[in-house]
Design a protein around this ligand. Structure first.
Ligand SMILES: Nc1nc2c(c(=O)[nH]1)N[C@H]1C(S)=C(S)[C@@H](COP(=O)(O)OP(=O)(O)OC[C@H]3O[C@@H](n4cnc5c(N)ncnc54)[C@H](O)[C@@H]3O)O[C@H]1N2
Ligand code: MOO
Length: 409
């Protein structure tokens, strides 16, 4: 057994990048079901967007140089020669001294090179009084300014968010080739753990919280989750159930029994599931030191500490990059903000600490207030908006320091 040869956070991250390989099974997905999938192909822009010169305001299409010098005190004058209808080609071009009404999104007539907003002019029986000048290109979107034909729209490996789905729709692309998403299998272990539906607890029993928090994170990241239930502390039973679940999953998560007590079988079982086996057992981190990372063939296996808060933090810090890589995308960093800490936070050098914090705003400044409590307590996470990292070489953070905060979603 590999017995707690503790790795640093950085070593662990490097090992994850070395060990985890993407699942590369491409499937075709209709665009309206493609949210959170990872593209398996580069997509180039087929058509310019916009494919006509488009006004970005309600106003009058003009030649910019006809407006030069116009102001409230010295208005300029142009002749209004018509109106552009939405979705239609203007009836005629404009000449010098002319203007044409154009709605937001309407096509600019040839001859015009800018648009004056209606707030900055006044039409009185086909005569336009101009109270402002405009520069060439002002208030219009030129052909291909948004998306240029032939350019790479989205690179292979991009995880599709709402804005990418919109960009694909703009090109008339209604199905895409994406990587199949990893299916995540999960097992809770421990003689004391009972189903979350249990109405009454006997002394010593604990409802399965980890299945709920870990399952929720997996779903939040857009992946499929198989809850495999609870296994009592028996090595053979744990191995049998783990194998069964691993067969139908791409990644297996176990919680509990990750430490080194007499009934902590997780590491032995995980090692037995296949080669190359366990590559991390123990990280110099708080919370979550007894974390196990392993690989059975191409399938990652993660043994999370049993304490619910530790399990959730470790899964966010290391499970997320493992699943990002497995899913064929790049590692999506956790969302960050910056805030000033409200108290001195001491930390032991040689270990990376993750401190839960609550964010609040005062006089236009964001503050991070540490939520203190023992590492296992889920109540500390319920009160938290995020966590901050104290690097292993640091002895702590001083009150008033502005630091990055990893946000919980
Ligand atoms: N001698 C040492 N003992 C411990 C060490 C150590 O380094 N040396 N590390 C401690 C740390 S840190 C942690 S974290 C725990 C992790 O232990 P396990 O992963 O073996 O977890 P368990 O003992 O099974 O459970 C710990 C705790 O969490 C509760 N739990 C477990 N699963 C669930 C669940 N699904 N839902 C809700 N609660 C759960 C369990 O009842 C225990 O109270 O080891 C320390 N020990
Ligand atoms: O790592 Mo344990 O998670 O400190 O409680």
């Amino acid at each position: 057994m590999k017995f707690f040869q503790v790795k640093s956070v950085e070593e662990t991250q490097k090992l994850i990048h070395k060990m985890v390989k993407p699942l590369t099974e491409a499937i075709t997905m209709p665009l309206d079901h493609a949210l959170h999938f990872v593209l398996a192909e580069d997509i180039t822009v087929r058509e310019n967007v916009p494919n006509f010169r488009r006004s970005s305001v309600d106003g009058y299409a003009v030649r910019a140089k006809d407006t030069f010098g116009s102001s409230e005190s010295m208005p300029g004058f142009l002749t209004v020669v018509g109106e552009v209808k939405m979705g239609q080609v203007p009836e005629r071009p404009i000449q010098s001294g002319e203007a044409m009404y154009v709605p937001t999104g309407g096509m600019l007539p040839d001859g015009s090179d800018a648009v004056v907003m209606i707030e900055h002019c006044e039409e009185i029986s086909h005569l336009l009084n101009l109270y402002r000048q405009v520069a060439p290109g002002e208030n219009l979107i030129s052909i291909g300014e948004d998306l240029k034909e032939g350019a790479v729209l989205l690179a292979k490996g991009t995880k599709l968010r709402a804005q990418e789905i919109g960009a694909l729709a703009s090109q008339g692309i209604h199905q895409v080739s994406v990587w199949r998403k990893p299916v995540v299998g999960y097992l809770s272990s421990g003689d004391e753990i009972v189903p979350m539906e249990s109405p009454d607890l006997r002394m010593g029993e604990v409802r399965d919280m980890n299945g709920a928090t870990i399952g929720s994170l997996v779903k939040q990241w857009g992946l499929d989750f198989i809850y495999g239930g609870i296994v009592e502390d028996s090595r053979d039973e744990l191995e049998r159930r783990a194998r069964e679940l691993l067969d139908i999953s791409d990644c297996l998560i176990l919680t509990g029994g990750s430490s080194v007590g007499t009934k902590d079988y997780s590491v032995e079982v995980i090692e037995a599931l296949g080669d190359p086996g366990v590559y991390v057992h123990g990280i110099s981190i708080k919370p979550g030191k007894p974390t196990i990372l392993s690989q059975a063939g191409i399938k990652p296996i993660i043994g999370l500490p049993g304490h619910p808060a530790s399990a959730m933090i470790i899964f966010s810090l290391f499970g997320k990059p493992i699943l990002d890589i497995l899913g064929g995308g790049s590692v999506n960093h956790l969302r960050l903000t910056f805030a000033k800490v409200t108290k001195n936070i001491p930390s032991a050098p040689g270990r990376t600490d993750y401190i839960r914090i609550r964010l609040f705003e005062e006089n236009n400044e964001w503050y991070a207030e540490p939520i203190l409590g023992k590492s296992g307590l889920i109540s500390t996470l319920v009160k938290s908006d995020g966590m901050l990292e104290i690097a292993s070489e640091s002895e702590g953070i001083h009150k008033g320091e502005r630091v990055p905060v990893i946000l919980f979603q």
